[in-house]
Design a protein around this ligand. Sequence first.
Ligand code: ZN
Length: 269
Amino acid sequence: MMRVSDTVPYGNGINMKNTAKQVAAPDRSRLDLPVCVYLIEHPRGLVLVDTGWCREISPEGEYEPGAVRKVLPAYLAVLYHPWLPKGMAVHEQLGAMGIRPEDLECILLTHLDPDHVSGLRHLKGAKRIVVAEDEYFWSCRTVYKARQPWNLWIDQPIERVFYRGSPLGPNHWAIDLFGDESVEMVNVPGHTDGQAAIIVRSGAKFVLLAADAAFSPRNWQENITPGVGFAEKWQRRSLQWIAEMADEPGCAAVLCSHDPEIEPQTIEF
Ligand SMILES: [Zn+2]
């Protein structure tokens, strides 16, 4: 979970005013948003998408500023105001299903922000950890260095894969994980340069995991861009593409990583 300024999901612009609000917003004006991970039961093995918060950020399952500060720098600690209810850390949830990290065929990281990667420490033994090279490459840029503390992922055995030309996505870049179009990482820039949305396809049906390109359907339905990101122009193009995908007849669901309305669920198709 995280308690953030409403300008994070619905700021409709990346600017100093929104950034200032994100750090300074008082508790009472903030929104509680989930931090989602997804498990794909694929014929080739189990594929996990993102890893959520690590247990160390919230040892007792409550918001604990001192514990948060051991994981995140001060400005990110106040921006995110994170906590992780007991039993909800990624390894705890997998364990409850009888799944060990070494049972994971692949962990896909949509991008390298801490709410998506800090749980990696609990998943040692997974066969592959994959991130798009564009995401990894640009993490050296000052703006991302401030957002994406390297110590949360730099020592992990991350495999970097290149986007290729594709009919999918706002800039026609995608990675076909198994070479059969069943799981594809589609570049949706704007929140970060290299961010990937994930398409899971079976027959004519697909689910789109939008990562942080949208925080909820409100973003694409009302054309409101999130107030945290790198390029508003690309945020709008990515939202436009998500809107088009959501309208396709085969679309079983579009799920956003931080949708306040989302509930834990299983989608079968
Ligand atoms: Zn996020």
